[in-house]
Design a protein around this ligand. Structure first.
Ligand SMILES: Cc1cc2nc3c(=O)[nH]c(=O)nc-3n(C[C@H](O)[C@H](O)[C@H](O)COP(=O)(O)O)c2cc1C
Length: 209
């Protein structure tokens, strides 16, 4: 599917075909594609749980104000933003750059200081924003990848974050910006017309706010 077509035809699907499942490999393929998203310093501050097991989906639905799509979708992904990804991932990322010949060994230490300076300490708001913005790009790529593979999706932030963290053993310091249901549209689905979009003339300014 062409990119523009995927963007134009992606919709938040409320009714999934609950008889259809996807495999762990298919869920992995979606995550592999979503991992190609850009990220600050390539730090990839995202983690993801693919909830495939019907009993686990039921629990997640309970955490998400009982939204049926959480359970009816073939898989619901819990998107996790990790503010600690700077400390966690920086050494590997820089080592891979050295390995690839895109960073000189002698520049590693000075390059390493940059994200710490920019994104401050782990507990700061700046750090949380860093993690959430990158994880949200990951989620968007996942939804477009789903469309490209003939699947539908639905992002949600209507859930009790503390409960999701507790039920799914997500470390306290991590943030759950959204969950994303992915699967096949129910054959009974009558898609409503596309929700209103603010016109470009209202959204877009040139050169200054
Ligand atoms: C971060 C985020 C959270 C959302 N949370 C919910 C939700 O909890 N429940 C729901 O029914 N829709 C939710 N939506 C879907 C929006 O209502 C939907 O994207 C919007 O109405 C535009 O429709 P479209 O996606 O079909 O273009 C969410 C969307 C986003 C991006």
């Amino acid at each position: 599917m062409k990119t523009i077509e995927a963007i134009k035809t992606r919709r938040s699907i409320n009714f999934f075909d609950s008889t259809k499942s996807i495999t762990k490999e298919e869920a992995g393929h979606l995550v592999e594609l979503a991992s190609l998203s850009p990220s600050s310093f390539n730090l990839q501050p995202w983690e993801v749980i693919a909830v495939l097991d019907p009993s686990r989906k039921k629990i997640l639905r309970g955490c998400a104000f009982n939204q049926p799509k959480v359970e009816e979708a073939s898989v619901t992904f819990i998107i996790i933003a990790n503010p600690g990804a700077v400390e966690q991932n920086i050494d590997t990322i820089l080592a891979k750059q050295v390995e690839a010949g895109t960073l000189k060994k002698e520049h590693v230490e000075s390059t390493k200081k940059m994200p710490f300076k920019m994104y401050q300490e782990k507990e700061s708001l700046t750090r949380k924003i860093f993690a959430v913005k990158n994880a949200s790009l990951f989620a968007m790529t996942l939804m477009l990848a789903a469309k490209g593979l003939g699947l539908e999706s639905h992002p949600m932030d209507g859930f009790d974050s503390d409960r999701v963290k507790k039920e799914f053993n997500i470390p306290e310091e991590m943030i759950v910006p959204m969950i994303v249901a992915v699967g096949y549209a129910s054959p009974e689905l009558k898609l409503q017309s596309r929700a209103y979009r603010r016109p470009v003339s209202e959204v877009l300014r040139f050169d200054s706010f």
